[in-house]
Design a protein around this ligand. Structure first.
Ligand SMILES: [Zn+2]
Length: 532
């Protein structure tokens, strides 16, 4: 009976703010919000080469409100939880995204044109983001999110079904069936330009004369995709290999930014007139890849950042030709920092940083308990947590508390373990225990776990013999730059610590909208009180 339903719907819509209500909002709100995420970026990396920036990083530092002590203030400093905090204003414990494995993977949401890829969606994401708050004011809000990684594209946006695209290792941008069943024309046409074919066989050489790079080209424990550790790095000529190895080359970020610009013009982002705000999120993944391969202090990282500075300069200029910078509010942030390669660490007092792993204990427990009780207890190691289906344990008469206590005792005897918590000891830890607080901000209610382990400062969870990693609650993994610019903001530098969860409430205040649920962050007065 469409009649009564249409009547009820009309009544319901009359109660909620429609897009017509936007006229009451101030006409001076920005037309576009742009979030730029550099995956794996510490503030000191942004500032280290400051004298060499000529492009985007120079403009960001010269024009922005620069928070030099931003933090992803939680324990499992991985890509998925980090991205989930940026526009939600909430810690992973509240977004439900505790780790990469507990992030975007979703076998029901198959990837268009890449049936072998792991499906991806925001189905585990709980609650709302700035996107939902914008939509509550204006249901015509346009949203685009682009990244090389599925989780980098999906998790800033939350659950809303938007234009969300990421890179397939088969050499094109795609999305999953959570969002749509076919790619739109503008993405297909972009893919038809065959970027991988154009780049195959090309070499990554130094941007500047070699004397400009203080770092040795080869340092201990580096490893590129083909085993090479020195310049030049060459993308294979054969296509499948070139498509998958492109993620290890700076051009990946250039392509990601190019697709974002194409989307901005195809979708008409920021062009709906005064008082109307659209949103663009771009997450750039190559710094993370190069950081893992060669470390954050490598010559490769220095050169990549110089190139990224150039790409971002072109991106900001191109965007300004569509939407004036004064009418755009930009944010630069990161999903986590990075630890140095342990083998490159200078001598320290006490044990030298090393690669550690506690997954063996979880595997042993799973192999011992599962067959004996003839059930899979889901016991596994993930980012320092030993996860388990605690209901299944109880159903077989095993007390999770006792198991946790025994595991904690065993973990504590490992020399590399700095802290170990059980659910009971974590709940009882004092507020001044910074590590415990970060774990509490990580673990969602209802997630079954037995122990949360933090390795010593400088040690990395790693099963490889090379490269760098992140993922711990220690400072170098937690630290990120947070910079706001555009929208008439005057430049300044702020040294007090702020958090990634402060970004969304700050943007909301600046846009004149309100979070539709409680958030963990607070509006940053250095940005919200600045005149427009
Ligand atoms: Zn990473």
């Amino acid at each position: 009976m469409p009649g009564p339903i249409a009547f009820l719907l009309a009544g319901a819509l009359a109660l909620s703010p429609s897009s017509r209500a936007v006229a009451t909002a101030t006409d001076s709100v920005p037309r576009l919000v742009v979030l730029i995420v550099v995956d794996q970026f510490r503030p000191d990396e942004l500032l280290r080469y400051r004298a060499e920036w000529t492009g985007g990083f120079k403009r960001i530092l010269d024009q922005g409100v620069v928070f030099t002590h931003g933090q992803q203030d939680h324990a499992i400093t991985e890509t998925a939880p980090g991205h989930s905090t940026l526009l939600s204003g909430r810690f992973p414990a509240h977004t439900g995204i505790a780790s990469n494995d507990l992030g975007a993977p979703d076998s029901l949401a198959t990837v268009l044109g890449d049936p072998k890829a792991v499906g991806a969606s925001p189905r585990r994401f709980l609650g709302t983001t700035l996107v939902d708050w914008l939509l509550a004011r204006d249901s015509a809000t346009r949203v685009l999110s682009v990244s090389r990684k599925d989780r980098g594209a999906i998790l800033p946006i939350g659950r809303s079904v938007e234009q969300v695209y990421w890179w397939s290792n088969n050499g094109f941008f795609t999305t999953s069936r959570y969002y749509r069943d076919t790619l739109p024309d503008w993405v297909r046409q972009w893919n038809d330009r065959a970027p991988v074919q154009r780049l195959a066989g090309r070499s990554w050489t130094l941007l500047l004369p070699e004397a400009k790079y203080a770092e040795p080209d080869s340092l201990p424990a580096e490893q590129g995709p083909d085993g090479r550790v020195t310049f030049p790095h060459r993308l294979p000529t054969d296509l499948p290999a070139a498509g998958s190895q492109l993620t290890h080359f700076p051009w990946m970020d250039s392509l990601t930014l190019d697709l974002a610009l194409e989307g901005v013009s195809s979708l008409g982002l920021g062009r709906r007139g005064p008082g109307r705000t659209d949103l663009l999120s771009v997450s750039l993944s190559t710094v993370d890849r190069i950081g893992h391969d060669y470390g954050p202090d490598s010559r490769e990282m220095h050169d990549l950042l110089l190139r990224l500075d150039g790409y971002l300069g072109q991106f900001i200029d191109s965007l300004a030709a569509v939407v004036p910078t004064r009418e755009t509010i930009f944010v630069l942030a990161a999903d986590h920092g990075i630890q140095p390669i342990p083998e490159q660490s200078p001598p320290v007092a006490g044990p030298h940083p090393t690669r550690v792993w506690y997954g063996g204990a979880a595997n042993f427990l799973a192999r011992t308990l599962g067959p004996r009780w003839r059930v899979d207890f889901g016991i596994r190691f993930d980012g320092g947590l030993i996860l388990a289906d605690v209901d299944a344990l109880r159903a077989r008469g095993i007390r999770p508390d006792s198991l946790s206590a025994a595991l904690a005792l065993a973990a504590d005897s490992e020399p590399y373990v700095a802290h170990v918590y059980t659910p009971r000891s974590l709940a009882a830890a004092p507020a001044a225990d910074l590590t415990a607080a970060r774990w509490r901000r990580t673990i969602p209610t209802g997630l079954g776990w037995l122990v949360a382990i933090t390795a010593r400062r400088g040690d990395i969870w790693d099963t490889y013999a090379y490269g760098a990693n992140h993922g711990t609650p220690w400072q170098m993994d937690v630290e990120i730059p947070i910079v706001f610019w555009g929208d008439g903001l005057a430049p300044r530098t702020v040294a007090r610590p702020v958090r990634s969860v402060d970004i969304a409430p700050t943007l909301a205040r600046r846009l004149g909208i309100h979070p539709t649920e409680p958030v963990d962050g607070v509006p940053l007065p250095e940005v919200t009180r600045a005149p427009r």
